[in-house]
Design a protein around this ligand. Structure first.
Ligand SMILES: *Cc1c(COP(=O)(O)O)cnc(C)c1O
Length: 220
């Protein structure tokens, strides 16, 4: 199957309200252009250098999503153009994003990344840290808009475990839907990857980050 057919096939399995972020990390510009030419505009990368390089050489109407762990000293490279940062995993990072957004005279849309998996290795805030940001510190960060939450489930074949983790994130998302904060608008719940996107959609995800199921396996 071709890359564009893969994407088409995935879309038929998901509700219309779901946005697919095509995760193009390690993939070539010509692979990305195949998807672009089918009309798709949302692409995700997890490394700042690769992201800025691709953003420079590819069409300017692509909406670039930063989905990987972001170091504070690299925020400045993506601040001028990034569409959505999915991976805000500390208040200090949010503070730096706010600072760089201000410098670029814009508001940067962000998701808070919540640690929902059993694995130690995955980045993210716990719910107490997220509550602290959403209920308090966000007031200081006028140049960021919190648009929702992101999470990665445990990499396991146990679908009950995965479902439980997604459900937890969906609950946290909904508990802030009525937030009175001007810069908190819970619109996007970013969860689900190639292996678990159907479970994620079933659990309320409306933003799926899908790489290998579209572009094929990655060779590192
Ligand atoms: C690579 C990556 C994905 C996509 O993974 P696939 O299994 O290839 O779909 C999704 N989210 C994050 C944060 C990633 O780093």
């Amino acid at each position: 199957m071709s890359i564009t057919n893969n994407l088409k096939e995935i879309k038929t399995n998901l509700p219309e309200s779901c946005l697919i972020v095509a995760v193009s990390k390690t993939k070539s510009s010509s692979d990305i252009m195949q998807v672009y030419e089918s009309g798709h505009r949302d692409f995700g990368e997890n490394k700042v250098q690769e992201l800025t390089q691709k953003a420079e050489e590819l069409p300017k109407d692509i909406r670039w999503h930063m989905i990987g762990h972001l170091q504070r000293n690299k925020v400045k490279y993506i601040a001028p153009f990034i569409h959505l940062i999915h991976s805000v995993d500390s208040e200090k990072l949010l503070q730096e994003i706010n600072k760089q957004a201000l410098k670029n005279d814009r508001v940067i849309d962000c998701l808070l990344q919540i640690h929902i998996a059993e694995e130690e290795s995955k980045f993210g805030l716990d719910s107490a840290e997220a509550e602290q940001i959403l209920n308090n510190s966000i007031d200081e960060f006028k140049n960021v808009q919190i648009k929702g939450l992101m999470g990665m489930a445990t990499n396991t074949k146990d679908i009950y475990q995965v479902r439980k983790e997604f459900k937890f994130l969906n609950n946290l998302f909904h508990s802030h839907k009525e937030s009175k904060k001007e810069n908190v608008t819970m619109e996007w719940l970013s969860m689900g990857m190639s292996g678990d996107y159907l479970i994620a959609a079933e659990q309320g995800s409306n933003m799926l980050r899908i790489g290998s199921a579209i572009f094929g396996a990655r060779n590192y």
